[in-house]
Design a protein around this ligand. Structure first.
Ligand SMILES: [Fe+2]
Ligand SMILES: [Fe+2]
Length: 203
C-alpha cells in the first residue's frame, strides 16, 4: 500500500498546487489505486512499462517529475506567444494523476513485472478522476493522454498539449532500442512507416 506521505515524498511539488481541491485530488487518486492493488509499497520501483526496465529508462516517478517541470515551462510560453492562458494547477494535477492507474495495471511476480492485458491505464485514470469528483476537463486530459493502444482523440487544447507532453518526458530513445514513436505505432497495430523516399519533386 502506498500512503499519502509516500506520494508526497516522491512528488513534493504537489504542495505547490494552489487549488486545495486539485491538491487533494492529486493524492486521492493514488490512494484509490493503492487500495485496489496494495502490493506496491515503494513508488520508486514502479516502471514506465513492463518492457521498459528502470535501469535503462528510469522509473515512473521521474517521468511524472519531468512532465511537472515541462508544465511549468509551457505556461509562460503559451501565454507570451499566443495569449493562451493555461491553468498551471490543472496541468500539475493531470501530471500527478495521469499514470497512477499503473499501480492497478502492473504487478510483480518472481521479480518480473507484468501488466493486465487490455487494461488502458489512461481511460481508467479518467474514470477515477470522475469518480472522485474531479473536474471533467481534467478527466478528459487524463483519459486522452496516451498514444499506446486505442487512441482517445483529445477534444480540448489542454488535452492535446498534454498528449504531446507525455512521450516527450520519457528516457526512451532509438539509441536504446525501440524509440517512443516506434513503440506507439506498434501498440496501435501500425508498421513503422518506411521513410525511404518514393517520390521526388521534379523541381
Ligand atoms: Fe500513460
Ligand atoms: Fe505518462
Amino acid at each position: 500500500m502506498l500512503t499519502d506521505s509516500d506520494v508526497l515524498r516522491a512528488f513534493p511539488a504537489i504542495k505547490d498546487i494552489g487549488d486545495a481541491r486539485l491538491r487533494k485530488l492529486s493524492t486521492d487518486v493514488w490512494r484509490f489505486v493503492s487500495e485496489r492493488n496494495p502490493a506496491w509499497t515503494d513508488i520508486e520501483r514502479i516502471p514506465l512499462h513492463p518492457t521498459m526496465p528502470i535501469a535503462t529508462h528510469g522509473n515512473l516517478v521521474k517521468h511524472v517529475i519531468a512532465m511537472a517541470r515541462l508544465s511549468e515551462a509551457l505556461v509562460p510560453i503559451y501565454r507570451d506567444l499566443w495569449k493562451q492562458d493555461l491553468d498551471l494547477d490543472t496541468f500539475r494535477t493531470a501530471v500527478y494523476v495521469h499514470d497512477a492507474a499503473k499501480v492497478i495495471e502492473f504487478s510483480e511476480k518472481d521479480g518480473a513485472i507484468a501488466g493486465i492485458p487490455g487494461y488502458n491505464h489512461a481511460i481508467e485514470a479518467g474514470r477515477i478522476v470522475r469518480e472522485l469528483g474531479g473536474p471533467e476537463p481534467l478527466a478528459h486530459m487524463v483519459e486522452a493522454h496516451s498514444l499506446s493502444g486505442p487512441l482517445v482523440v483529445p477534444r480540448t487544447r489542454d488535452a492535446q498539449l498534454f498528449l504531446l507532453m507525455d512521450p516527450m518526458c520519457l528516457n526512451v530513445f532509438p539509441e536504446q532500442g525501440p524509440g517512443v514513436l516506434e513503440r506507439h505505432l506498434k501498440a496501435n497495430g501500425r508498421e513503422d512507416p518506411k521513410t525511404l523516399e518514393r517520390y521526388r519533386s521534379p523541381i
